[in-house]
Design a protein around this ligand. Sequence first.
Ligand SMILES: *Cc1c(COP(=O)(O)O)cnc(C)c1O
Length: 200
Amino acid sequence: MFKDLNALIVVASKNLNVKEIEYLYKLGYHDFGENKVSSLLVKKNELKDLNINWHFIGNLQTNKVKDIINEVVCIHSIYKVSQVRLIEKYSNKIIPIFLEINYLKLPSRSGLEIDEVESFIEEIKKYKKIKIAGLMVIGAINNNLLTEEIFSNVSILNEKLGFNELSMGMSDDYEIALKYRGTTLRIGRKIREELPSLIL
Ligand SMILES: *Cc1c(COP(=O)(O)O)cnc(C)c1O
């Protein structure tokens, strides 16, 4: 079971319905991550009797920050000053965030390039409502060797910057993430193996 691993499991629940989430909650998973603001709000409302820690793990549009910021315990995908500025404006608490890294500089993905991270941290230092937990990165699809390079280098940078948490590892590469000291795994497809085939 994923929950027996020595890491925080954030269940990536975009393809799970509320019954499935409830089942996993009863198995002991209490952290769930959505990547769309509207889905998070709907599921959170339907599951409001459970004490779920909701995380936002997708690309957060600036104009949605105010809708989500007081509904989550953590945002995994910060890479723009405008996001931080709006957190500062609307959050009613200090919120842990991860800085998302676009290691391969893919135009199709969002995130900071490795050599932008330090100046970004400098730029957001003055904002008091955020606490940087660590870096977040997504591995390379179907390429374990490249994923090793990504996770290893992002982990080194994470430690150099003095962060305690590191959000990396999904269904296909969580073992590589653990090898490079990932502390927070975001698991979607593979957690289905812990669900019965029929949930009533
Ligand atoms: C869907 C998703 C995951 C989980 O991916 P799986 O391959 O299904 O484990 C992790 N992180 C983010 C940002 C996601 O959108």
